[in-house]
Design a protein around this ligand. Structure first.
Ligand SMILES: NC(=O)c1ccc[n+]([C@@H]2O[C@H](COP(=O)([O-])OP(=O)(O)OC[C@H]3O[C@@H](n4cnc5c(N)ncnc54)[C@H](OP(=O)(O)O)[C@@H]3O)[C@@H](O)[C@H]2O)c1
Length: 391
């Protein structure tokens, strides 16, 4: 039994609040975010009462005051990556464990990098507290799938392809399935993959292949991107010789993105407009549909998994571990589509691992550093069942 403070009342925060409320491990829940009404709206949907609060998670003293008032055992951060370091600072000051789903990004630079957060390791260790980084689906479950593959199937993992497919459709001309600013920064960044101890950079979305997804989803075009779990996985699993991340995009999505990029609407540097500074991507976010509004409109499924090649008992082996999540089923259960669902469920399970001390340590950790078995079991139990096939 434990107290949890959830920060962020967006698409993912809503799923986390629902899932924590379903699980008896979380005795007291407080949901805090920049806009109190959003917390209250989510609280009203839940099966049991929770506390809500307003907080600016970029303001460390405000966070410290809130943490001291709520007295959580864990701060579960599902606001935006810009807040990671501020919330970690507040956890250090108050001596409380920390969990997030996305690595820190500075506002003015679209760059995935764990180093900023790994640099907190000694301070968290000295304070006797734990930080679990990237407990969403990708990163998150994909890291756990790799740890599971290593534990159950391989003596040595050689090649890893993480493949993220959203085969759903929301019927809108252009919309992103999660925070548009974060999503577009990620997609328009250069591609990057790891091969033979080196990082190879590619032009944004310039490398693509076809992949045949299971269970009727069928063949889709996948695009090589850089994604943060590649950095931690290649560090913690040094036998990996090649690691890549792929994502599907519809032609329609790419067409819109190309035009928006060409006219400068995806820029993240401020431009002067009628005497004030505006960031084009932040302005674009204000125009696009709120991802939360796509929940009731989205049909179809996601399929995210790891295709892993390696060696077992001296022989080559290839294993594919994946989850399929249905947008409409997710919406029926928690009022959010599968993108938020597949992030929020692992965030809740990561918190559960920490609070029950099944995953325990002092310092800053990534998901693959712990025993994957209890996490894999909870995925099946809490709505993200997985399948593994030897190919
Ligand atoms: N690992 C994965 O698989 C994965 C996948 C998808 C998303 N994510 C991550 O999950 C996180 C949440 O995504 P989302 O789609 O839920 O985003 P979202 O819908 O935009 O929600 C973000 C929430 O954070 C709040 N917030 C923003 N700045 C804040 C601040 N300074 N202080 C307090 N609250 C603040 C927002 O408040 P307002 O409502 O007032 O704006 C909003 O409620 C992001 O970090 C995203 O990168 C991870």
């Amino acid at each position: 039994m434990a107290n949890v403070l959830i920060i962020g009342a967006g698409g993912v925060g809503q799923v986390v609040a629902h899932k924590c409320a379903q699980a008896p491990d979380f005795e007291n829940i407080c949901l805090a975010s920049r806009t109190l009404e959003k917390c209250d709206r989510i609280a009203a949907q839940l099966s049991r009462p929770i506390r809500t609060a307003q907080v600016d998670a970029d303001n460390v003293p405000e966070l410290v005051e809130l943490i001291r008032a709520v007295k959580p055992n864990l701060v579960l951060h599902v606001a935006l990556p810009y807040q990671d370091l501020h919330i970690m600072d507040a956890c250090l000051e108050t001596g409380v464990d920390y969990l997030d789903t996305a690595n820190y990004e500075p506002l003015d630079e679209a760059r995935f990098c764990y180093q900023w957060q790994w640099d907190y390791h000694e301070r968290f260790k000295a304070r006797g507290i734990m930080a679990l980084l990237g407990s969403g689906f990708d990163p998150g479950v994909t890291n756990v799938f790799c740890a599971w593959a290593k534990k159950m199937h391989f003596d040595e993992i050689r090649e890893l392809d993480i493949i993220d497919c959203n085969a759903g459709d929301h019927g809108q001309p252009f919309a992103t399935n999660f925070n548009p600013e974060i999503n577009i920064r990620e997609v328009t960044a250069p591609g990057r993959y790891y091969e033979k101890e080196q990082w190879v950079e590619t032009e944004p979305l310039s490398v693509s292949e076809k992949f045949n997804f299971p269970e009727g989803i069928g063949s889709r075009k996948i695009y090589l991107m850089y994604h943060e779990e590649l950095e931690s996985l290649t560090r913690h699993m040094p036998d990996i010789q090649r690691a890549r991340f792929w994502m599907t995009f519809s032609d329609n999505y790419l067409k819109h993105l190309e035009v928006l990029g060409n006219v400068g609407m995806t820029r993240i540097d401020p431009v002067e407009y009628e005497g004030r500074q505006i960031v084009p991507l932040q302005f674009l976010k204000a125009l696009l549909p709120d991802p939360g509004s796509l929940g009731p409109l989205t049909r179809g499924r996601t399929c995210i998994g790891c295709l892993i090649r390696g060696i077992k008992d001296g022989k080559e082996k290839k294993v594919y571990i994946y989850n399929i999540c249905d947008h409409e089923k997710a919406y029926d259960e928690v009022g959010s589509q599968a993108i938020s669902y597949t992030t929020g469920v692992p965030a809740m399970i990561g918190a559960m691992m920490m609070l029950t001390k099944q995953w325990h340590g002092k310092g800053v950790f990534n998901m693959e550093e712990f025993d994957p078995a209890p996490f894999m079991e909870k995925l099946n139990q809490y709505g993200l069942p997985w399948t593994e096939v030897t190919l």
